[in-house]
Each structure stands twice: as structure tokens, then as C-alpha cells.
Design a protein around this ligand. Structure first.
Ligand code: C2E
Ligand code: MG
Ligand code: MG
Ligand code: MG
Length: 287
């Protein structure tokens, strides 16, 4: 009977494996046409002052509207773009689009762009960033590059020199999803970071004493190192209050806003302007 059950499971499992494999193959093929077919677009999630909720910048988040399969999340297609050698082209499109659209915002706002490890291996990345900044009249300090810990572990010395050259352009460097990887703390002093983004898993688990201790430790450490701290995934006022009390300056999450289409970013900024003009700047300005 045990043998039968085992075989039964095996037979039942196989079709899903095949289906997943076929979907991945299809996405890899279709991704090649996505840029030319105008299927990629960026959403922008506000990164705000944790006390006032005023917008300080936006993180560009990539989306793919597949003509038959609908909206596909970056969590699914970015890894496929990386393994199939398409991440350089897609990453270049993201930087180009983000720089062009960020140039439509007031000059004090930044745009943060996610750059994956494989993109850093691409020699043309730096030249592309420089060219897009110049072409759009965007000051380097208005572009933040978000990288993850895994990138530092994978290609240590290349990563370091590219990061220094990005800094020379004025760009800010943010360490994303901090606390979830396996990087040692010495990376924080060896790499030229400006910001630390605390991973949302720690914020979500804020009722858990251990997670709260980690968030508080990251805030203290980051502050001592002169880094700006961003808390990701803030969904509730309780979470906002907690990270504010721990010394975190910036926040991002559904509580403030979801990722927005470029037009909606302008509407949000206009609402903020109005509120400011009307004197509604109170301790916690809800947009
Ligand atoms: P990330 O850089 O850590 O981005 C934050 C993710 O958290 C986004 O998911 C965002 O929509 C989500 N999020 C924001 N606030 C909340 C919240 O309050 N609650 C919850 N539950 N989630 C929240 P998204 O857009 O699906 O992106 C997932 C990941 O895909 C990103 O994580 C990033 O690593 C990657 N990614 C996105 N765009 C790009 C891109 O252009 N290039 C590369 N290389 N990776 C990208
Ligand atoms: Mg990010
Ligand atoms: Mg993150
Ligand atoms: Mg992430």
C-alpha cells in the first residue's frame, strides 16, 4: 500500500512539474519580445518621511503585462531574465525609463532602481547610467541604486569598484532586504552604502520580540554608521510608530501608498502640495 501511495504521489506530481517547466520556457521566450512590444512598465511606490508621510522619493518596481497571461510579477520573471541572459537589456530599459520619468518630478525627489547581481557583471551598466542621467538632466544624487546582500557575496571586487564609480556620479547606494541574506556586518563598512532598507519580514513580525530586537539593532547600527534607514512593508500605524521610535527616518509600505502608475505619482504630489499650502502639515500627514 505504501508503494502504491508513493507511486500515486509521484504520478500526481509530474504534471505540475511539467506545467511549471513549460510556463518558464514560455516566459523566457516571450520575455525577448516584451520590450519591443511595450509590455513592460514601471510602478512607483512612495518612500516617505516616517513622521510626516511626506514623499521623499519613489522606488521603481517593474511589471510585465503579458498579452495572454496577464500581469506577471518581478518575483517570477526577473530570475528567468537572469538565467536566460536577458537581465542586461531589461535592466537597461528600467534605468532609462526610471530616469526619464523621474525627471518629471520636483528636483528634491529621488528615484530608487533595483539592480540585480547579474547586471553588475555587465560592463556597460555604468556608461548607461551616466548617459541616461545626462540625457534627462537628472542629477546623480536623485538616483538611488538598490542592491541586495547576495550580490556582494557573488562578486565582491567587481561590485565594489562599480559601486564606487556610481558614487562618483553622485548616485546613492541602498542595501535592500537587509537582514535576510548572509552578508557579514563588515560589508557595511567595506561598501559605500548610503541607505539600509530593513526587510519587510522583520516589520511584519513586529509583535515578535526577536524581530523587534533585530529592527532596533539595525536602526542603532545604521545610525551609528551614518546611514539612512528605510523600513519596508509598513502596513499599520502600530508598525509606523514602532520604527519611528527606533530611529528609522524613512518608510515605505501599503499604509502610505501602493506602487503607483506614473500619472498617479503626479496626483499624489499635487495633493501633498495642496495640503502643505493649506497648512495641513501636522505630525502625521495622511495623504
Ligand atoms: P523589493 O525591492 O524589496 O521591493 C519591495 C516589494 O515589496 C515590492 O514588491 C513591493 O510592491 C512590496 N511591498 C511594498 N510595500 C508593501 C507592504 O506594505 N506590504 C507588502 N506585503 N508588500 C509591500 P514587487 O513589486 O512585487 O517586487 C518584488 C521584488 O522584485 C523587489 O523587491 C525587487 O527585488 C524585484 N524587482 C522589482 N523591480 C525590479 C527591477 O526593475 N529590477 C530588478 N532587478 N528587480 C526588481
Ligand atoms: Mg528594492
Ligand atoms: Mg526590499
Ligand atoms: Mg525584496
Amino acid at each position: 500500500a505504501a508503494k502504491l501511495a508513493g507511486r500515486g504521489r509521484y504520478i500526481a506530481f509530474q504534471p505540475t512539474m511539467k506545467r511549471d517547466f513549460l510556463r518558464r520556457q514560455r516566459l523566457i521566450d516571450d520575455l525577448r519580445r516584451s520590450i519591443g512590444n511595450d509590455e513592460l512598465f514601471l510602478l512607483y511606490q512612495p518612500i516617505v518621511d516616517i513622521r510626516t508621510a511626506r514623499t521623499k522619493g519613489f522606488e521603481a518596481l517593474l511589471r510585465w503585462r503579458h498579452p495572454e497571461l496577464g500581469l506577471i510579477s518581478p518575483g517570477e520573471f526577473i530570475p528567468l531574465a537572469e538565467t536566460s541572459g536577458q537581465i542586461a537589456a531589461i535592466g537597461a530599459w528600467v534605468i532609462e525609463t526610471a530616469c526619464r520619468q523621474a525627471a518629471t518630478w520636483p528636483g528634491h525627489l529621488f528615484v530608487a532602481v533595483n539592480v540585480s547581481a547579474r547586471q553588475f557583471a555587465d560592463a556597460s551598466l555604468l556608461e548607461h547610467v551616466r548617459a541616461r542621467l545626462v540625457a534627462n538632466g537628472l542629477e546623480g544624487r536623485r538616483l538611488a541604486i538598490e542592491i541586495t546582500e547576495s550580490m556582494l557575496i557573488d562578486n565582491d571586487s567587481t561590485a565594489l569598484s562599480v559601486l564606487h564609480e556610481l558614487k562618483a556620479l553622485g548616485c546613492r547606494i541602498a542595501l535592500d532586504d537587509f537582514g535576510t541574506g548572509y552578508a557579514s556586518l563588515s560589508y557595511l563598512t567595506r561598501f559605500p552604502f548610503d541607505k539600509l532598507k530593513i526587510d519587510q519580514s522583520f516589520i511584519r513580525a513586529q509583535n515578535d520580540k526577536d524581530s523587534a530586537a533585530i529592527v532596533s539593532m539595525i536602526c542603532a547600527l545604521g545610525t551609528r554608521l551614518g546611514l539612512e534607514i528605510v523600513a519596508e512593508g509598513i502596513e499599520t500605524e502600530a508598525q509606523r510608530l514602532l520604527v519611528e521610535a527606533m530611529g528609522c527616518q524613512l518608510g515605505q509600505g501599503y499604509m502610505f501608498d501602493r506602487p503607483l502608475a506614473i500619472g498617479a505619482t503626479h496626483a499624489r504630489l499635487a495633493r501633498e502640495e495642496e495640503a502643505q499650502a493649506a497648512g495641513r502639515t501636522g505630525p502625521f500627514f495622511a495623504p
